[in-house]
Design a protein around this ligand. Structure first.
Ligand SMILES: Cc1cc2nc3c(=O)[nH]c(=O)nc-3n(C[C@H](O)[C@H](O)[C@H](O)COP(=O)(O)O)c2cc1C
Length: 205
């Protein structure tokens, strides 16, 4: 099967398969704070690390009924955000924070999570998360207008600080991913949990 983008329904596919094809995607659970002082938290799976040196991450927010997502609005106001990692035990809390709430209600409260002050940025991080990245905004790029006339915004940040729960660090000085089992997003309503890890040597090492 092959089809030009946007014509999947003419080819027997009920849903756009893009997100199922580009999977698994990590979930950037983005915490931020607005000029109003309210803490915000929401999952973004159009998210990834895009460079190691300098350490950079990016995610994109598609506009909702109220225009830009609160996360994007907050980051424009303060110039920073935190990426928190979703462990398997935080899946339900993560899902709760994806609800579209009025801007003056904090998803931390709704999901009964603890906003903890960060060291290098104004945005708080999720105390319950096994690791997090404190980020300073580098650039927001407006993506092209979509067929429904909406415009997504690509937020690119530099990682300026990294927080890790000491309990997930191995004696060899590595992070034990299988210990906290990060969640990943597939297509549709599907998720995966990383609970098995194996090594592969590269041919030139
Ligand atoms: C696992 C998951 C991943 C999501 N990824 C994105 C995404 O990449 N971009 C986006 O605009 N919305 C995404 N959403 C929806 C937002 O989380 C949702 O619109 C949320 O209410 C935004 O909150 P905010 O307005 O406080 O930023 C995702 C939802 C879930 C459950």
């Amino acid at each position: 099967m092959f089809f030009p983008s946007g014509t999947h329904k003419d080819h027997g596919l009920a849903f756009n398969p893009l997100k199922a094809i580009v999977s698994p995607r990590p979930i950037g659970w983005i915490s931020s704070i607005g000029a109003n002082g309210i803490h915000n938290l929401a999952p973004y799976s159009f998210f990834n690390a895009v460079s190691e040196t300098p350490p950079m991450v990016a995610f994109s927010g598609s506009p909702g009924t109220q225009g830009d997502k609160d996360t994007v609005k907050n980051i424009e106001e303060t110039g920073d955000f935190v990426v928190n990692i979703v462990s398997s035990s935080l899946m339900n809390a993560m899902n709760i924070t994806s609800a579209s709430l009025p801007r003056d209600i904090s998803e931390f409260d709704q999901a009964q999570l603890t906003p903890k002050p960060s060291r290098l940025v104004s945005s708080p991080h999720v105390a319950e998360s096994p690791c997090y990245l404190e980020c300073k905004l580098w650039k927001i790029i407006d993506l092209p207008q979509a067929s429904d006339e909406s415009k997504s915004r690509l937020v690119i940040g530099e990682v300026v600080g990294i927080g890790i729960d000491d309990a997930i660090i191995t004696p060899e000085g590595k992070i034990d991913v299988a210990k906290y089992q990060p969640a990943a997003r597939l297509g549709y309503k599907d998720y995966a949990i990383i609970n098995k890890v194996f090594e592969l040597d590269r041919p030139d090492t």
